[in-house]
Write a protein that binds this ligand. Structure first.
Ligand code: NAP
Ligand code: ZN
Length: 346
């Protein structure tokens, strides 16, 4: 077994503490990654706080992982020691079901193996990237392009792919009006990616506090949702709305902003059910959809797209001692725009 240093949490209202965790010895197709940076996703917070259901504490979150390959199993062909490598929200799947065969492993019919708070094929609990090392089967490791810094690469492994995938699937591009609701970690990536795809991007944020940043990320318009006039002005406007908000919002108000045949895709994942009025959908043949991260092939495509278009998240690198404070700031929508843990401080 390999011992890794980590930061773990023992319960929904506990603080992070230093911990040691075990990583399995390398199987023939496994890659050992020395983690350099790990992003803090709002999903880490939902999970650590027990909002999505029972959690196997102690929990080591982290599914935005960037590092360097430190060792490889005897039959690994895709990676060698020294390569720049990333790991996102899943570390395995059945590989055989219809969805896995399509490259949509996130929708594995047997359930993908999440990077943390899951159980791997050996029956062991999975632990995430707030740690110094991780062992992952090579098919679930991503190549980080040379022109993306490792610290900035980390958030692409969740915030990047979670926004790229629905933008891609629903055809964001020239001639399309795309709105992004909430400009946090996911939201600011959605703005950059949708702009690079050629769409006309509008940000719908709680206030105008971050307007200058939004315009710099590539948005053409920026509105405050606290102003009721925003909803009157923009009624029936958008072909696609990506909702990244981590809390429950008035979905019917946002659906009213869709044009004929428009789609609102919810990637934000609050625990409580939403109240949806079908008459928000029927009159303009609107759709309400969800989307989960993205498959491995699409995640590599997203990394290469970001490298080609010089897209990187705007990040604040923090020490491992500051995770609790970072969580507080994310909850207060005071993140610009992703916290990334420098694992060397562990
Ligand atoms: P984040 O950085 O906290 O961003 C969320 C943003 O939503 C905030 O910055 C804020 O933007 C807005 N917001 C927060 N509370 C709000 C409220 N009460 N009313 C209106 N707006 C509010 O979070 P994130 O890491 O981007 O994650 C966002 C959500 O996506 C989380 O629920 C996370 O679990 C989920 N997620 C889903 C997937 C998936 O595969 N579907 C993957 C990753 C994450 P403004 O300040 O601009 O208003
Ligand atoms: Zn995430």
């Amino acid at each position: 077994m390999i011992t890794a240093k980590a930061r773990a949490v023992d319960g929904p209202d506990k603080s992070f503490r230093a911990a040691e965790i075990k990583r399995r010895n390398l199987d023939s197709h496994d890659v050992l990654i020395e983690i350099k940076y790990a992003g803090i996703c709002h999903s880490d917070i939902h999970t650590a706080h027990g909002e999505w259901g029972d959690v196997p504490y102690p929990l080591v979150p982290g599914h935005e992982i960037a590092g360097i390959v430190a060792d490889v199993g005897s039959e690994v062909t895709k990676y060698k020691v020294g390569d720049r490598a990333g790991v996102g929200c899943m570390v395995d799947s059945c590989g055989e079901c219809e969805n896995c065969r399509k490259g949509e492993e996130q929708y594995c019919l047997k359930g993908n193996v999440p990077t943390y708070a899951g159980v791997d094929k050996y029956g062991e609990p999975t632990q995430g990237g707030y740690s110094t090392h991780i062992v992952v089967t090579e098919d679930f490791v991503l190549k980080i392009p040379d022109n993306i810094e490792l610290d900035a690469a980390a958030p692409l492994l969740c915030a990047g792919i979670t926004t790229y995938s629905p933008l891609n699937h629903w055809g964001a591009g020239p001639g399309k009006k795309v709105a992004v609701v909430g400009m946090g970690g996911l939201g600011h990536m959605a703005v950059k990616i949708a702009h690079a795809m050629g769409a006309e991007v509008t940000v719908l944020s709680q206030s105008l506090r971050k307007k200058e940043d939004g315009l710099q990320f590539g948005a053409e318009n920026y509105y405050a949702t606290s102003d009721p006039a925003t909803f009157e002005k923009l009624a029936g406007t958008f072909d696609l709305i990506i909702n990244t908000v981590s809390a429950n919002i008035d979905m019917n108000a946002y659906l009213s902003l869709l044009a004929l045949d428009g789609t609102l895709v919810n990637v934000g994942a609050p625990a409580e059910p939403l109240a949806l009025n079908v008459f928000s959908l029927i009159p303009h043949r609107r759709s309400f959809a969800g989307s989960l991260i993205g498959g491995i092939r699409e995640t590599q495509e997203m990394l290469d797209f970001c490298a080609t278009h010089n897209i990187a998240p705007k990040i604040e690198v923090i020490s491992a001692d500051d995770i609790d404070e970072a969580y507080e700031r994310v909850l207060a929508s005071d993140v610009k725009y992703r916290f990334v843990i420098d694992i060397s401080t562990m």
